[in-house]
Design a protein around this ligand. Structure first.
Ligand code: ZN
Length: 267
């Protein structure tokens, strides 16, 4: 035993100021990935997981522990309470359910989940065909309009790590296309961003893994995924998603399968 309990989050520091947190499969089969990014002025949490029950997935305790850790290592940051902004890749339940656990946290702003609230908070003026800069303090995050899977979806780009946080839009999983025209426009927008970026785009990290290493997708509801594909995707995946969208004929429920993802027309 390594002391890990089944519903403890799986925590990975991607660098000294960036944490990837996975809600464990044992607590919810969706097992979404969350990200916590630290800047000099504030931190950004992307998504809050699939449950509002701290006993099922200890989101609040995890976030408190990570922030305390980081502040201990960064004594020059002396604002108390250290501000936390909680935003979302999109408004589906498995990405926002934990919001109530953080709403009363001192210094914390939980961004609303409607398109109007997302547009207003980040200051989009030409939604969705735009990206806006959001500064965490010596760390700029670009927020890119990303509807198509869900109307309020955004993609976050971290100039520091070069990671595009793509939520449920591009990930090693089923890409559920709810609005094909908007989804296609979002992929085109991400391709343009990738090809003319404010800093090099190194990889994409989405919010789930549903693919195996051998290229099949685990059915919805699967808890045990012994042969999971890795989460990060190379920037070139965007071109493959674009071409898979072109292969759709427009039938509801239709699937277009690729090695790293499956496009599903979900309408
Ligand atoms: Zn979703």
């Amino acid at each position: 035993m390594n002391g890990q309990r089944v519903n403890d989050p799986v925590i990975e520091w991607l660098d000294a100021d960036t944490v990837q947190v996975r809600q464990p499969k044992a607590s919810h089969w969706e097992a979404p990935f969350l990200y916590l990014l630290f800047g000099r002025e504030r931190a950004l949490l992307i998504d809050t997981g699939a449950t509002a029950d701290e006993a099922v997935f200890p989101l609040r305790a995890t976030v408190e522990g990570l922030i305390a850790d980081w502040l201990r290592r960064n004594p020059v940051v002396f604002t108390r309470p250290y501000p936390l902004v909680v935003a979302h890749s999109h408004a589906h339940g498995d990405h926002i359910a934990g919001d109530p656990l953080l709403r009363d946290r001192p210094g914390t702003t939980v961004v609303g989940t409607s398109p109007a609230e997302v547009i207003g908070f980040f200051g989009f003026r030409a939604w969705p065909d735009e990206s806006v800069a959001f500064d965490l303090g010596r760390r700029v995050i670009d927020v890119i309009g990303g509807p198509g899977h869900e109307p309020s979806a955004v993609v976050f780009f971290d100039r520091r790590t070069g990671i595009l946080f793509t939520g449920d839009t591009v990930l090693p999983a089923r890409l559920y296309v709810r609005d094909l025209a908007q989804f296609r426009a979002t992929i085109d927008r991400l391709i343009r961003f990738r090809d003319d970026p404010p800093a090099p785009v190194r990889e994409l990290r989405g919010a789930h893994i549903e693919m195996s290493t051998t290229g099949f997708d685990y059915p919805a509801g699967t808890v045990d995924q012994p042969d999971e594909a890795p989460l990060p995707l190379r920037p070139g995946i965007l071109d493959r998603v674009r071409s898979a969208l072109d292969d759709l004929r427009g039938e509801p429920g239709e699937r277009v399968e690729r090695k790293r993802f499956v496009v599903v027309l979900d309408r």
